[in-house]
Design a binder for this molecule. Structure first.
Ligand SMILES: Nc1nc2c(c(=O)[nH]1)N[C@H]1C(S)=C(S)[C@@H](COP(=O)(O)OP(=O)(O)OC[C@H]3O[C@@H](n4cnc5c(N)ncnc54)[C@H](O)[C@@H]3O)O[C@H]1N2
Ligand code: MOO
Length: 419
């Protein structure tokens, strides 16, 4: 049976980055950047006041108690002005009049004289004032021409704030992977309004995959159920192919039962089976195949936790590769609950996370790990991963962990060095 790392290697060898397209910045949340963004302008674009107050020239520090005539007023949005010295009333964000280089907050001055229209005419400084005080210099945040975002960066609200500030309207992004989801099994009911009869169950894998795939940056182009026959499964795969799917994710019918037709159906479609059955728990019967004219097919076992592990640890790396992103950064935590994993199998365990007093991340593996159980999954914070050779794991061991859901990398990107 193939091991996880070898299976992933084989899978990623069959995947390449998808084409680049242009996307409006206002609509790019959740997309992945395809090229370096260089700043067309500096941020801030000009020296400006950090406080409401008065701008002055202070090449030499100005003395506390010194008095200054107010010669003009500058608000945010006002054009550049030449200052011939003196003090200028200034508002936060306003461009410093040329020749002035320091700002005193209004509450650190005394107003000595006011013009008939109420504007300030003469002030006294309560403290010393030095050059650069309360001034935000042009270009200290971003310089014109600087690389600000790298290819593979997941775009979220923070990146949108930066791109918008730079006046960038469109960005090159990687096309979303198009994914078709196929569920198998005549026991499945998709309409929650339909009462269950006999051995029926509500389908949960389809809605789970649709939600998780969208979070991972994919576009779900179809989500359908087929009955327990190879013919309808093969038809659904062909339809996905015709609709331009990059990836088909199916659930169920991939194990040893009499109705487990997926391996045979894919072979009959001419698929190259990359692997079938991985040394892992849950989700061992997982199969991956590539069709001659695309798409890649990932046939996950139907059991809900086999689907969740398959999505998180097989489909997610595939989507990241399609999106031009490398492997997820490693994340580790201290194991609080001792584990005796079965030798030779990689274990993906649902766990609750917490931080200790020093900020170190800890994982408590939940006691109910049977693969049909959905309730502990919904209560978990993430996954603990024990590799094939982990052996008995005592409490206190540092183990790899992963966020519960995939993302385009927005959540855990910089937590790689914890603890
Ligand atoms: N003789 C053996 N039996 C089984 C083996 C084995 O090695 N030898 N492996 C077990 C393992 S491990 C798994 S995992 C399952 C996988 O079976 P299949 O991929 O063939 O999946 P199904 O039999 O179709 O379904 C399994 C289970 O999941 C439920 N299911 C299916 N689809 C959905 C859905 N959309 N929503 C919710 N639940 C779903 C289905 O009703 C079954 O209960 O095989 C073991 N057996
Ligand atoms: O791999 Mo299966 O999910 O243990 O039942």
């Amino acid at each position: 049976m193939i091991r996880y790392h070898q299976a992933i290697e084989r899978l990623l060898a069959a995947v390449s980055q998808l084409p680049v397209e242009s996307c409006r910045v206002v609509a790019c949340s959740g997309r992945v950047l395809a090229a370096t963004v260089r700043s067309p302008i500096a941020l801030p674009g000009f020296d400006h006041a950090a406080m409401d107050g008065y701008a002055l020239a202070a090449p030499e520090p100005l003395e506390p108690g010194s008095e200054h005539r107010v010669l003009g007023s500058q608000a945010a949005g006002d054009a550049p002005r030449d200052a011939s010295g003196g003090a200028w009333e200034i508002m936060t964000g306003a461009r410093l009049p040329d020749g002035l280089d320091a700002v005193v907050a209004v509450e650190r001055t005394e107003l000595l004289e006011t013009a008939p229209d109420g504007s300030p005419r003469r002030i006294r400084l309560l403290d010393a004032l030095s050059e650069g005080q309360n001034v935000r210099r042009a270009g200290v945040d971003v310089q014109a021409g600087e690389s600000v975002l790298a290819p593979g960066t997941p775009l979220g609200p923070a990146q949108i704030m930066l791109l918008a500030a730079l006046g960038i309207a469109d960005v090159p992004v990687v096309r979303r992977p198009r994914v078709a989801v196929i569920g198998t099994g005549k026991e499945l009911v998709t309409d929650p309004a339909q009462p269950l009869s006999g051995g029926q169950i509500y389908s949960s894998n389809g809605p789970y995959l649709a939600a998780a795939l969208a979070m991972a940056g994919a576009e779900v182009i179809a989500c359908e159920l087929v009955d327990d026959t190879a013919v309808t499964y093969a038809d659904a795969v062909r339809q996905a192919q015709a609709a331009g799917a990059d990836l088909v994710v199916s659930t169920g019918a991939v194990s040893m039962g009499r109705y487990d037709f997926v391996p045979e159906a894919l072979r009959r479609l001419g698929a190259d089976v990359l692997f079938h059955k991985v040394a892992m728990r849950p989700g061992k019967p997982l199969l991956a195949a590539s069709l001659p004219a695309g798409p890649l097919v990932m046939a996950l076992p139907g059991t809900p936790m086999a689907v969740a592990a398959g999505l998180r640890f097989f489909v997610t790396p595939v989507l990241r590769a399609m999106l031009g992103q490398g492997a997820e950064p490693d994340l580790r935590a201290v194991l609080d609950t001792p584990q005796q994993p079965k030798a030779g199998l990689r274990h993906f365990l649902r766990a609750a996370f917490h931080l200790d007093a020093a900020g170190g991340l800890h994982a408590r593996v939940m006691p109910q790990q049977q693969p049909f159980r959905i309730a502990p999954f919904a209560a978990a914070d993430g996954w603990v991963v024990l590799d094939e050779d982990a052996g008995d794991c005592a409490a206190g061991r540092v183990v790899p962990v992963a966020s519960l859901d995939p993302g385009t990398g927005l959540v855990m990107q910089s937590l790689g060095d914890v603890p």
